[in-house]
Design a protein around this ligand. Structure first.
Ligand SMILES: O=C(O)CCC(=O)C(=O)O
Length: 252
């Protein structure tokens, strides 16, 4: 079975990732897979269409979009969503992406030995309403034994665009090379952008098309601004660590 990943990794991918801490991978998943994820996401949005508070429904976490972007506050409107955590528990398209052979082999090719998915999410940034994601390092949110496993085996995270993402609708931004500086401990407040905490010398807003991915080190600081446009900006995020079940060889 062919995975969702279409092109091969560029030859200098590993070096770029090691140096910059991130890599833009155009057309990481194919159009059919993007369409399936959009349908699955819309199905979940229907499930959450009356929610005004953060709620877990059969293992799927619905975080509503509040005026500040903070968790635990009331939604700006019923069904306005900021994030769904573990959509894979409700929709097969997300469950399939977590174990997609093409995705797993791409990660292995970038040095993550036996990748195991820790987290899957879809972030909604609603037109005019979606607030930003302040700069942060994902590794900060990995706790307990999993943090130790991530440190021992390494890992790689990725975001995949489901809509065109750019400066107007709150495209994904990376603070290049910050992965080399270790973990910063500070309170994460979605009501601000956390500017000035990390080195912003190599800040890049990565314009993405549907199906494009940015792969990045779990210590790389990243975030994104608010959606000031009339277009949605949906993004899938996946977090992986190494040291999971061994990969079998790829089918032809
Ligand atoms: O959706 C975004 O732009 C940022 C995603 C992210 O960093 C997160 O969910 O932690």
């Amino acid at each position: 079975m062919r995975g969702a990943v279409t092109p091969a990794l560029p030859p200098d991918a590993k070096q770029t990732l090691e140096r910059e801490g991130w890599l833009h991978f155009p057309q990481f998943i194919d159009d059919e897979t993007v369409s399936g994820l959009l349908r699955a996401s819309e199905e979940l949005e229907r499930t959450g269409s009356a929610l005004v508070r953060d709620t877990v429904v059969l293992g799927v976490g619905f975080e509503v979009q509040s005026a500040t972007g903070r968790k635990g506050e009331l939604a700006v409107a019923p069904g306005a969503l900021r994030k769904i955590s573990f959509p894979s528990k409700g929709q097969a398209a997300f469950a399939n992406l977590r174990r997609d052979r093409g995705v797993l082999h791409a990660l292995a090719g970038l040095g993550v030995d036996a990748p195991k998915c820790l987290v899957d999410q879809v972030n909604f940034k609603l037109p005019r309403l979606g607030t930003g994601f302040p700069f942060h390092q994902d590794a900060y949110f990995v706790i307990g034994k999993t943090r130790g496993r991530l440190e021992r085996h390494g890992g790689l995270n990725l975001v995949i665009a489901l809509d065109p993402a750019d400066a107007e609708n709150g495209g994904f931004e990376v603070l290049g090379r910050t992965h080399t500086k270790g973990l910063m401990e500070f309170p994460y407040d979605p009501g601000s952008m956390n500017e000035g905490i990390f080195d912003e010398t190599h800040r890049v807003l990565v314009a993405m098309q549907p199906g494009d991915a940015v792969l990045f080190h779990p210590l790389l600081a990243h975030g994104s601004g608010p959606n000031r446009s009339d277009r949605p900006r949906r993004l899938v995020t996946l977090w992986f660590r190494g040291g999971g079940p061994a990969l079998t060889s790829a089918d032809p």
